[in-house]
Design a protein around this ligand. Structure first.
Ligand code: SF4
Length: 376
């Protein structure tokens, strides 16, 4: 089984916190779609075992900007070049794109899941983020989808926003829960280099929350969603049992995936591939038959490091049987020795089968993972 990720590199405007690759120039849209379809064809042998495609994910950028015809063209290219055994096809969508006509079109395509970029149900937060929709528009978009029986919806939320109080976050979560979506992704705001919101913080226009405030927001998130039977299965992902994202879970389970379009990543078990994060150069290099991606062969040490990062992001944690089966005694001993330090401080937990971050450890996840990685 394998997945395909399609990166649609357009946005109508840029959000202040975002560091995903996208451009507000839409003039090369037709050319990009046609190159994505060509790339799908060229990469038909990317999977080592000719795996069938179980999941497709349209991410970006703003895939909901694409017309029915453009989406259909991409689906046709996938169908022509891969064996499909589709379980989940996700389209990332912005609330302002989801009108009745658009949703009807979506239901006529093989798309069976929407990931809606709500980010916040608070209009002040949305203004700070430079989002193109209001809280009410986001609520209406979710309800419109549900009216058309498009119920497999994930909503994205951001917390840890400057000046956000626990009461405001509580209201956000109440609204999210009341919408009865089976999946919620909730990310703590990160101040990425170069993002507009980071410049605002650096100038003192807004103030980052302190760690204690962030932990309180996180604890409320986990507890409230748990009470609503929306359970945490990954650091930032929550679902009603059985409704976990199959595509994203495959990243954490090391299932191979092909990424097409500017800035898309791919992995087939032996190599990782990164397409250039620049639409103009992506088109130019492809036209001139130049290399538009970077390749990295995955040796056993890299494989171990990937295993640490992906498995410890899941709430179940790292499968110790897989650790012992797949890696040398030297690496296994290093992993367990480092882990023991964090187990003794209460930041990790271990049982016969799994090594995982504890509730406290989740907040130090980057530091803990760094210590478990293998560096020659
Ligand atoms: S958050 Fe989404 S819509 Fe906003 S700039 Fe980033 S990719 Fe575009």
């Amino acid at each position: 089984m394998a997945g395909i990720y399609i990166h649609i590199p357009f946005c109508k405007s840029r959000c202040s916190y975002c560091d995903f690759y996208s451009s507000t120039f839409l003039g090369n849209r037709e050319e990009i779609i046609s190159n994505i379809c060509e790339e799908i064809k060229e990469q038909k042998k990317f999977f080592i075992h000719n795996e069938s495609i179980k999941t497709i994910y349209f991410g970006g950028g703003t895939p909901s900007l694409l017309s029915f015809k453009e989406l259909k063209t991409i689906f046709n290219a996938i169908e022509k070049n891969f064996v499909l055994d589709l379980h989940e096809v996700t389209l990332e969508a912005n609330p302002d794109d989801l009108n009745k006509e658009k949703i009807t079109e979506i239901t006529q395509l093989p798309i069976n899941r929407l990931s809606i970029g709500v980010q916040s149900f608070n209009n002040n937060n949305l203004r700070l983020f430079n989002r193109r929709h209001s809280a009410q528009q986001a609520i209406d978009a979710v309800k419109l989808c549900q009216d058309k029986e498009l119920n497999n919806i994930s909503i994205d939320l951001i917390y840890g926003i400057p000046s956000q109080t626990i009461e405001e976050w509580n209201i956000n979560l109440d609204i999210a829960i009341s919408l009865k979506c089976p999946h919620i992704s909730a990310y703590h705001l990160t101040f990425e280099d170069g993002a507009k919101i980071t410049k605002q913080r650096d100038k003192g226009v807004i103030k980052e929350l302190n760690e204690e405030e962030s932990i309180d927001l996180y604890k409320l998130l986990v507890q409230k969603l748990k009470n609503a039977n929306i359970l945490q299965y990954e650091i930032s992902n929550f679902a009603i049992p059985g409704m976990e994202s199959k595509h994203n879970s495959s990243y954490w389970n090391e299932t191979p995936y092909l990424g097409v379009g500017p800035s898309a990543h791919s992995y087939n078990g032996k190599i990782r591939k990164w397409n250039i994060s620049n639409s103009r150069l992506y088109l130019q290099y492809r036209k001139e038959k130049k290399t538009y991606f970077k390749l990295e062969a995955i040796d056993n040490n890299t494989k171990y490091n990937d295993f640490v990062i992906t498995s410890l992001r899941t709430i179940r944690g790292m499968n110790l049987k897989l650790l012992k089966e797949n890696f040398s005694l030297k690496i296994v001993n290093h992993c367990l020795r480092e882990a023991n330090r964090f187990i003794s401080t209460g930041d990790m937990t271990i049982n016969d089968e799994y090594l995982a971050l504890s509730d406290n450890g989740i907040f130090k996840s980057d530091f803990i993972m760094e210590n478990l990685l293998w560096v020659e």
